[in-house]
Ligand binder design. Structure first.
Ligand code: 13P
Length: 250
């Protein structure tokens, strides 16, 4: 079933003390009884304490990335079983910063998706075009390619563990948001692409989040679009009141 979801991607922000302080404020401000799934993604070092702190709060915890291998000589990396061992069941994969700065290709993301699904984790799969792609009107082709090459190898049954996050790179951290109409147009295209490659039920049931400069001031009009099921929030997720306002924007 399609769900409304608001997830905060904290990126490389918030040490342990800052995490505890932000989580305390979130527990006091975020409304979790209105049917919206609320998720935060602290850095790896603070996942365990976040799980403990948020127990019973209705706010879930996800990781920002994981390695595709089960274990081994991959200095500095974190595996699916490590995440699961501290209680993390959801992972963001394919964020544009991972693609741009850490060489994450569609092929590598396909492997990561497989590993996460093998461990019965939920994947928040990110994708989106760059400014040049949109200017040259290649944005639909780029998004279709990212989906087909990184994700569409999964089985129909595996879609119950997938959340999509359309994040146009030109709107991330820039203050420039895609208009609600641009978000709706792309989300409808994504659903149509899934319906063609899989079926209508899968396309209807998957939650598609929008990410890129979502703020309390613009969340409501973006979330009001029929094919937008919530947001993946960067900068505005680091402020408890702002994040709570975005959660309440449905
Ligand atoms: P901003 O909300 O800071 O633009 O970041 C969006 C994002 O990258 C979420 O993953």
């Amino acid at each position: 079933m399609r769900k409304n979801i608001v997830a905060g991607n904290w990126k490389m922000n918030m040490n342990l003390q800052e995490t505890e302080s932000l989580l305390g404020a979130l527990k006091n401000t975020v409304k979790t009884d209105a049917g919206t799934t609320v998720i935060v993604t602290p850095p790896f070092t603070n996942l365990e304490s976040a799980i403990t702190s948020l127990k019973g709060s209705g706010i879930g915890v996800a990781a920002q990335n994981m390695h595709q291998n089960e274990n081994g000589a991959f200095t500095g990396e974190i595996s699916a079983t490590m995440l699961k061992s501290v209680g993390v069941e959801t992972v963001i994969l394919g964020h544009s910063e991972r693609r741009a700065y850490f060489g994450e290709t569609d092929a590598k993301l396909a492997e990561k998706v497989n590993t996460a699904l093998k461990h019965d984790m939920t994947v928040i799969f990110c994708f989106g075009e760059e400014l040049e792609d949109r200017k040259s009107e290649k944005h639909f082709d780029i998004v279709e390619g990212q989906l087909k090459n990184g994700l569409f190898h999964i089985s129909g049954d595996a879609w119950k563990n997938i959340v999509l996050a359309y994040e146009p790179v030109w709107a991330i951290g820039t203050g420039e948001t895609a208009s609600p109409e641009q978000a709706q147009e792309m989300h409808a295209f994504i659903r149509k692409t899934i319906a063609t490659s899989f079926d209508d039920a899968i396309a209807d049931n998957v939650s598609i989040l929008y990410g890129g400069s979502v703020k309390p001031a613009n969340a409501q009009e973006i979330f009001a679009k029929p094919d937008v099921d919530g947001g993946l929030i960067g900068g505005a997720a680091l402020d408890a009141e702002g994040f709570a306002a975005i959660v309440s924007a449905f």
